[in-house]
Design a binder for this molecule. Sequence first.
Ligand SMILES: Cc1ncc(COP(=O)(O)O)c(C=O)c1O
Length: 390
Amino acid sequence: MKYDFDAITERRDTDSIKYDFAKKRGKPEGVIPLWVADMDFKTPPCVIDALIEKIRHGIFGYSETRQDYFEALRNWFSRQFGWNIQPEWLVKTPGVVFAICTAIRAFTGEGDAVLIQQPVYYPFSESVLANNRKLVVNQLAYSQGRYTIDFSDFEDKIIKNDVKLFILCSPHNPVGRVWTREELTILGELCLKHGVIVISDEIHADFTYPGHSHLVFSDIKPEFSDITITCTAPTKTFNLAGLHISNIFIPNREMRRKFRAELIRCGYSQSNIMGITACRAAYEGGSEWLTELKEYLSGNLDFVRSFLKQRLPQIRLVEPEGTYLVWLDFSALGLDDRELDDLIVNKAGLWLDAGTMFGAGGEGFQRINIACPRSVLEKAFNQLEQAIKT
Ligand SMILES: Cc1ncc(COP(=O)(O)O)c(C=O)c1O
């Protein structure tokens, strides 16, 4: 490999939310942090170089993107997913969660129902509730270590609650599904049938494991693109979350107008110059790095799979099809969630995300972020084994 993903980069004392706030967030000092979704790998050299060049210039005035930025995006999405984006569709926001909150306010009124599929990335429910909308859950079905969608419940929930907006997580965090064309098509048809707008959060789209391909929901049918806000960002893919840049695509002109109007009400206009610079550099030059990263992550996943099989068979790996977040089923240990958290945090010395944070169906699970050097993962699983055995 050209890039060294085994290298340990010290992150303590760098104002890292993952490393520097254990005590403040109620965890003992010294826990191995494998929770929030950022990676312990340096961003590609092409991004670092572009940022250094920008810093050397020394002027950080208001910025806006130009044609070269859009071309970088166009080439990336076309190469990765065969998706042909148009310049007028693009609206930039400081983050995907920011865009989700904006869309909730732009397309629904107070008290309107918004549908999500739990267990799911917890800011989905937080965004709905914080904006005084009604949270409706179509719980994913779990059987034999795999998650599927209960479509009849999905439609029932839409009808019974007069759902206005559906937030799709694709690929799905935390259950790791890369939804198939058939699944996405059924969801889209149901949304069309009942006049439901779709926010498709595709921030994990670049992370799929061999045998699985991400499909852009909005690109499946022209009718879908007309009801969809597609949320993308280079921040998961290239480890840039602190630079706050995301690219939101809204083909429907009236929806775009409403979304922009809501951004104006928030007082948001131009993007952060560092985010713009990093995004363009990453999409222009980061593809070889990403290929190697994905290979490394596949190796990490192989490690987790074989460790659990050989040494902790009572813990079930929900085989991920995408994302670097792995959903582990601890239910066979027979612990309640307080006992499970105690085992993970206090006995094993790990900081993971407890399944209950992800809502309905999260009980008995923990989410672990495997985007770290393998030696860290080995240490973490050894500690887990010790804790369970004692
Ligand atoms: C599904 C999903 N959406 C959005 C985000 C965060 O996006 P942002 O930092 O751009 O708000 C994450 C981060 O983990 C995520 O997993």
